[in-house]
Design a protein around this ligand. Structure first.
Ligand SMILES: CC(C)(COP(=O)(O)OP(=O)(O)OC[C@H]1O[C@@H](n2cnc3c(N)ncnc32)[C@H](O)[C@@H]1OP(=O)(O)O)[C@@H](O)C(=O)NCCC(=O)NCCS
Length: 161
């Protein structure tokens, strides 16, 4: 019985074509479109442009079926890096794409001899905090009134295995 189910699933599941590439200035409009649907406090086009243009920033776009559906940007400083931003298009959330993108970033950081990834996240962003905890990040402190609306930031860190 289970063999039959397996064969039916194999025959009907459409493979998803997924790849990663460096972000380009030409992507900024798409990044802002995703970001504004995702956040009450979105990054601006100039914020994305200056990060994409910074040679110390590692950037990855996640391409699914030829569409840019996610992004991750990390600023590298010697042996550690700051995760500046990560986001997945709302239509593709909760399907493992965020995890795939983060794992890709961690693999690339490790190859660049980076051994820790640090980030700040809004204390009320429980989904992102869950997401990071699931990947093994630990809370290491709070930055009070860190954001422009005076919301606190939770600082999280992952030692890259
Ligand atoms: C955070 C974000 C990138 C996660 O991307 P995603 O593709 O939806 O996440 P995944 O499907 O890979 O989920 C991985 C894990 O994260 C956690 N998670 C993701 N979405 C969650 C939700 N809505 N509620 C609770 N936990 C959630 C779960 O532990 C999940 O594992 P599980 O599905 O096995 O339970 C996405 O929600 C997003 O773009 N949020 C808006 C932007 C943002 O807040 N970025 C962080 C800035 S600091």
């Amino acid at each position: 019985m289970s063999l039959v189910i397996f064969i039916i699933m194999k025959a009907t599941t459409r493979p998803i074509n997924t790849s990663f590439r460096k972000l380009l200035l030409g992507d900024v409009k798409s990044l802002v479109d995703i970001e504004t649907t995702n956040s009450e406090h979105p990054w601006s086009a100039s914020h994305f442009s200056s990060s994409v243009d910074n040679r110390n920033t590692l950037t990855y776009g996640l391409i699914v079926e030829q569409q840019l559906i996610g992004y991750a940007l990390a600023l590298v400083a010697l042996e550690s890096a700051d995760l500046l931003n990560i986001g997945i298009h709302p239509n593709y959330k909760r399907q493992g794409f965020g995890r795939t993108l983060l794992v890709h970033l961690l693999t690339e950081l490790k190859q660049a001899a980076v051994n820790a990834l640090i980030l700040e996240v809004r204390v009320e962003n429980h989904i992102a905090i869950n997401f990071y905890e699931k990947q093994g990040f630990k809370g290491i402190g709070i930055r009070e009134k860190y954001y422009s609306n005076r919301e606190d930031a939770k600082i999280m860190k992952l030692l890259i295995p």
